[in-house]
Design a protein. Structure first.
Length: 395
């Protein structure tokens, strides 16, 4: 009963996380679009940045933005915060259920660093806190007065973090950790900067005082950071499903390229919404970055011997022997690995099952080091090279 319960907890937590993420991303994209589409018009109220007319759901909407605050506080005021809170909380809960609870398989790789589960969890949680503190200090430092310099510093911090995480955790764990750090930065921006600044603005108005314009400026800066981080975060959260992304030699460089691609794509849409000249070149940068990721994924497993040599022809018998000793204890019709009652994902790697799943074997255990999880069966670089070289024939 317990495995069934945990499987449902995992499924429902993932469902909730996806739903709340859709809500948060949707509102973030909408408000950045709204800001960019504002137009100054004659006769506009004093203190406004502009207005925008929109049509949706059979009606017209007239949106006006005040640079600091309206002359009077409206009776009804909608706050956008729970989307971000719920996304982070559900995501962290999912991380606890899957990666912290199963740290020995999903977070730790003994070939990378021999960690105890509690050590891996402590490093992971500590890195989230330290990453937020470092980012927040950069924003509040003199760097924060120069958006370009701040962006470069943040980029360098995230790439350095990605490199460090690949030296501590499994490939999948490292990619998820970097994505979780970005998500933590985004959620803390809302919880610790944007919403508090908005509350200070409202409080000043209730006291009959003029709100500080710097509060809105700072909140706007953090909101823009969130907008540009969104696409890379989504990519990294999906990366654990794709071994060529998470578990190849230069996965940390892919993080840098995904940051570049995501920024270029968001720049395109933000510029279009603002009515600026269309930066079609940004798609070229995004495409080049992703082609770079494809090329890097051909460099072999994260933990492997790049110089490993294999025979010019690899036969089924050689592959069957490796699979039998490294994979079939779990992926058997009747698994013999403790705690596994049925083959994971229904994949049986015995006899013809090896042939049927030839592509998955090569991707998961040949071209990448995604399988076995944490390399619990001790597959060697030479064996991975053999699996990668196998053409998947039926002989």
């Amino acid at each position: 009963m317990e495995p069934i319960l945990w499987e449902w907890i995992n499924a429902l937590a993932r469902w909730l996380h996806v739903i709340t993420a859709i809500a948060w991303i949707g509102s973030s994209f909408y408000f950045i679009h709204l800001d960019a589409s504002l137009r100054r018009r004659a006769g506009a109220p004093a203190g406004t940045a502009g207005d925008a007319w929109q049509i949706h759901g059979g009606g017209f909407y007239h949106m006006t933005k005040y640079m600091v605050a309206p002359p009077q506080l409206p009776e009804d005021l909608t706050w956008f915060k729970w989307e971000s809170y719920a996304t982070w909380l559900s995501g962290f809960f999912l991380m606890c259920v899957l990666y912290y609870r199963g740290a020995d398989l999903f977070l730790i790789d003994q070939d990378v660093l021999a960690l105890a589960p509690w050590q891996a969890v402590a490093i992971s949680a500590g890195a989230l806190v330290a990453g937020w503190v470092a980012y927040d200090l950069m924003c509040k430092s003199p760097l924060g007065r120069n958006d370009g310099a701040l962006a470069l510093a943040g980029f360098a911090m995230l790439v350095a973090t990605a490199w460090a995480m690949t030296r501590l955790f499994s490939g999948r764990g490292a990619m998820l950790q970097v994505g979780a750090l970005m998500a933590t930065m985004m959620a803390c921006n809302v919880f610790m900067i944007i919403i508090p600044n908005q509350r200070r603005t409202v409080a000043a108005m209730l006291r009959g005082e003029a709100p500080d314009p710097a509060l809105g400026k700072t909140a706007k800066q953090r909101s823009l950071h969130n907008n540009y981080l969104t696409l890379p975060v989504v990519f990294l959260m999906l990366s654990n499903h794709y071994p060529l992304v998470s578990s190849t030699r230069y996965n940390w460089v892919m993080v840098a390229l995904v940051l570049v691609a995501g920024t270029a794509i968001r720049h395109f849409f933000n510029s279009r919404h603002a009515g600026k000249p269309t930066p079609w070149w940004s798609w070229g940068i995004a495409a080049a970055a992703m082609l770079g990721c494809v090329w890097l994924s051909t460099m072999g497993p994260a933990q492997g011997d790049a110089a490993a040599t294999v025979p010019t022809k690899v036969g089924f018998n050689q592959v069957e022997e490796i699979v039998a000793t490294r994979c079939s204890m779990c992926h058997a019709a009747q698994p013999v690995w403790d705690g596994i009652a049925t083959p994971p994902r229904g994949v049986v790697l015995e006899g013809d099952g090896i042939r049927r799943h030839a592509q998955q074997i090569r991707l998961q255990a040949g071209f990448s080091s995604a399988m076995p999880p944490a390399n619990v069966t001790g597959i060697t670089p030479g064996e991975r090279a053999l699996l990668a070289a196998w053409p998947g024939d039926t002989k």
